[in-house]
Design a protein around this ligand. Sequence first.
Ligand SMILES: [Zn+2]
Ligand SMILES: [Zn+2]
Ligand SMILES: [Zn+2]
Length: 367
Amino acid sequence: MLIGLCGGICAGKHAIAEYLIENQGFQLLELAGNRQSESPDSGDELRLQASEIRKKEPQSPEFTFQDAESLLDFATKRWQERWVTTDIADANILDRFLLRPFFLLVSVDAPVSLRWKRFADRCWRRQLDPPDLEKFVLWNDHNLYDKDIGRVYLTDKAQVRLFNSSSSLGELHSALESLNLADEQRLRPSWDQYFMQLASLAAQRSNCMKRRVGCVLVRESRVISTGYNGTPRHLQNCNQGGCPRCNRGDGGGVGLSTCLCLHAEENALLEAGRERIREGAILYCDTCPCLTCTVKIAQVGISEVVYSQGYNMDSDSAAILQQAGVRLRQFHPPSNGLIYLQASGTPIGVQEIETQEIETQEIETQD
Ligand SMILES: [Zn+2]
Ligand SMILES: [Zn+2]
Ligand SMILES: [Zn+2]
């Protein structure tokens, strides 16, 4: 695999590259002369300082390339080995890299005040005068947001986004160890992940005022049908007033029998038709099915239900499915939100924090 690291000045991309090289068998691929383009062409002492504090042993020439295209060709022929680069600095080049299935873009960010401190520390160590905070901020803004340099465009495309607020290398290393960036599953989603993401995509088409839910029916790893919740066809959409009950905003469970919205699971089951739902069919749903969907799922002969988020009647649904001989399994897609590299050594994704909070609150009903 090839990991590309991008991020702001002193966010920690070089420290992460060094960790991968020293601990996980990665080798560094470099672009000749990239150290100059690393900094904006402001021509002031900051640029000189930046290149000065990054000065180190020159790389072996076989891993240094004249252009990004030859670096990418090199890695393509040896993709089963582990490579890392911090030298992707151009949006067009990045797009070429992102086409390759062995490439993972990782962005690294950190608070600007912390990055300034890191930069100043390095200056002191080299007996250079560090810039003041304002100067550093202006330089940083230029580096990230300048139309021509466009580093923020790079970080926006990252498949993994790290927030490196660690205060020491030891802290960073232990967080990276538990994160295991080299896990090849990051390159390609598993079937569970793939179908759950499709279910979440379907949920975005929901028009029900109460809650977005999406569902995908699968057999032998092939999609049979998809569904999301909302009013039936030819009726006005729920979010345009189609279901008076959902639009009254009553609490969960109130007036259920007057609701005109079909659930995501119902829509997926109706769309597939019983003929196509045979032994081995799996229902993926981003929310655990409610009771009325559960009995339908049991009746049409679904073999397994996989859900990601809990709902307010999970144990009742689970009991019914168990009686009906339908397996029920919860699957949490891996977090691709911002991952905090923390002192505890357990990087916590923002999504996971949010999920924990949601689970302790009362969950709004789907109906
Ligand atoms: Zn509705
Ligand atoms: Zn309704
Ligand atoms: Zn339901």
